[in-house]
Design a protein around this ligand. Structure first.
Ligand code: AMP
Length: 283
């Protein structure tokens, strides 16, 4: 595997590859890789001629400095996982490669409603940071396909919007891959590494609650069902940012469901101060 740290070097390398008319897949990550990331890589390796993975813990998307400082880092294991998966290129930039002009006066993106709800509401500035880093990475890599995980459902919609804002929607095809879970249902996440054994034992209740909502939903008013879900989570010891049903197409909140509209249930909770998110397509 080619490990490249400089944006210019990666651009040159990829330009040579593009001359050979090959298709490039891109998997951006923040490292501490797990089977969820691996599934994105595998899909790219299956479909593309060349797979580029990036590892960069992006400071501008963290609204909580403590979360940024404690974000897990396992570089040696990550390189091993990428090597054994067959990934051809790892982009491992330092901060100035991504933000050559520093962190002030960064571009702001018109994300509209999408950044006012759910993650956008509880993590102000988060999606601006996500767009800043992804836009920069896309300009460097300019892949044919970009692989993202449904685990970060709202992020997928934000990146779709970003692609259209920067007129890349016809150049880069967005591939959204299913959420990979532990055998007990907990969505794989780099942050799971920070959970104590006690918290890890409680954490699958997130998925069980989402499944409970999916199994019991009926058209009409959904408020009581959501309330039941909240009570389950609170009893298990979670502090809840949100548990909400929304349109799977627009993320507009849905309280009264017509039984037809595409629906997703999304949640963000804290356990021992560690923030975990998950979602399930209901229909
Ligand atoms: P992260 O390193 O957390 O920024 O994630 C990098 C990419 O991997 C994002 O597109 C995530 O949505 C995706 N991802 C993270 N966890 C999972 C998972 N459990 N299943 C599938 N994709 C995931």
């Amino acid at each position: 595997m080619n490990i490249i740290k400089k944006a210019g070097l990666l651009e040159n390398f990829l330009l040579q590859q593009k001359d050979k008319k090959i298709e490039i897949g891109f998997v951006p990550t923040m490292g501490a890789l797990h089977a969820g990331h691996h599934s994105l890589l595998q899909e790219s390796l299956r479909r593309d001629d060349l797979t580029v993975c990036s590892i960069f813990v992006n400071p501008t998307q963290f609204n909580d400095p403590d979360d940024y400082e404690k974000y897990p880092s396992t570089p040696l294991e990550d390189i091993q996982l990428l090597e054994s998966a067959g990934c051809q290129v790892l982009f491992l930039p330092a901060l100035p490669e991504i933000y050559p002009e520093g962190l002030s006066q960064l571009r702001q993106y018109e994300l509209g409603f999408l950044e006012t709800v759910l993650e956008g509401k509880f993590r102000p500035g988060h999606f601006q940071g996500v767009c800043q880093v992804v836009h920069r990475l896309l300009n460097i890599v300019m892949p044919d396909r970009l692989y993202l995980g449904q685990k970060d459902f709202q992020q997928c919609l934000v990146i779709r919007k970003l692609l259209s804002l920067v007129h890349l929607e016809n150049k880069i095809s967005l591939q959204i891959m299913p959420t990979i879970r532990e055998t007990d249902g907990l969505a794989m996440s780099s942050r799971n590494k920070r959970l104590s054994p006690q918290a890890r034992a409680v954490a699958p209740e997130i998925y069980r609650t989402l499944c409970y909502i999916k199994q019991n939903i009926q058209s009409g008013n959904t408020r009581e069902l959501i309330q039941q879900g909240m009570t389950k989570l609170e009893k298990a010891g979670f502090k809840i940012d949100y548990l909400q049903l929304a349109s799977a197409d627009t993320l507009h909140p849905i309280e009264v469901w017509n039984g037809e509209e595409n629906l997703v249930v999304l949640t963000a909770v804290f356990l021992e101060g560690i923030r975990l998110i998950d979602n399930l397509i209901v229909r």
